[in-house]
Design a protein around this ligand. Sequence first.
Ligand code: IMP
Length: 422
Amino acid sequence: MQTMAIIGAQWGDEGKGKITDLLAEKCDLVVRYQGGHNAGHTIWVNGQKTVLHVIPSGVLHPHCLSVIGHGVVLEPENFLNELSKIKTITNVSPENLKLSSNATVITSYHKLLDAARESQGSEKIGTTGKGIGPAYEDKVSRHGIKVKDLFDKDTLLKKLSIGFSEKAVLFKHLYLMEIPPLDQEVDRLYKLGMKLKDYVTDTFGLIDEKLSLGKKVLYEGAQGILLDIDYGTYPFVTSSSTAGAGIYTGAGIPGKKLDEVMGVAKAYTTRVGEGPFPTELFDDLGAEIQTKGHEFGATTGRKRRCGWLDLPLLRYAIKCSHLTSIALTKLDILSNLKDLKVCYAYEVNGKIIDCAYPGMNLYEAKPLYKSFTPFHDDFSGGKPSKEFEHYLHFIQEGLGIPVGIYAYGPDRNQVVFHQKYF
Ligand code: IMP
């Protein structure tokens, strides 16, 4: 196995950081290909917590080259802050962290626009407020600032001016807001650019070269397939290709097929922000899972909505990214609950549906549940209980792909491997 992807199979926050960190030990490169600092990937090592936002989760293994591909949207100030924090924990330098010269820059205007829309617009998405959507909009409308543009003031001024007059009108007349003048933003971005310059390179060429040398590459997704701009629960999605397709456009794996595509899923479901959620729990049990699972956003601190595992959505996620195995996380949170359920299908207008599909109206889906005898495993060694095995078997059979890893706690060693990777 030379190439593998780790992709969120739900609405994000599935524990991708932990799984990436685990597998990075055996890899040469870990590559982020989409999203930005809206992500919050948490890694626990020996009781110490590290939250990464845009730096790949392989960074705690200094032998591993961390790569931020061109599909990522980068907020330079946040990147530099994250970098200085991570430097206090591990060795990071331009030798082992590379940033694409072609990644799109998140400017102050993007952040302000995101915040203004969320607070004043009628259709609230519940974004992270980091400017992700507006930055991708500028990229697609061909007004985007690329990382390489940060190194020359004239270029920066020229490019930033293109979209500026439109934005200025919008802020002044629609949102009734003052925005930083153009020359101030150019100065700010230029200074930040100078500080990150040493990390910048052609990451596409780099990945291409490493692949031809037979190096092992792990692609790390951010958010989850159900938040994908095309496959997700539109419009309540993020603005990037979070599914496997994003790897091909956002980083590069020239002409090559991924050997393994692992979907990471929590043993229950969570969602932050607005949008449909068929198995959402509004009762005490939902609150118990939220508290026990510390279900707060790693980036925004917002409470995550909680519900039962949803197989019709997971089956859909498997199809969207051709997932080959699943890592099932946070099983410890379900241990000792008084009730345990899995949604195996939906009823929609009298019809049974066992796999969601693009554009499906999830608000109409009535979840059908199978109840399980609760398990009380503490996972501290020894044989898993029959109840737990029955539960796991049901999920695996229901998905049709193996549960290759299951995790029962935040720390690196709180996992069981059922399959060998790399
Ligand atoms: P944006 O990515 O900030 O534009 O937010 C769009 C939607 O994606 C909102 O519902 C966010 O809560 C959600 N979202 C973005 N990033 C993450 C993440 O890393 N985990 C979970 N949800 C996220």
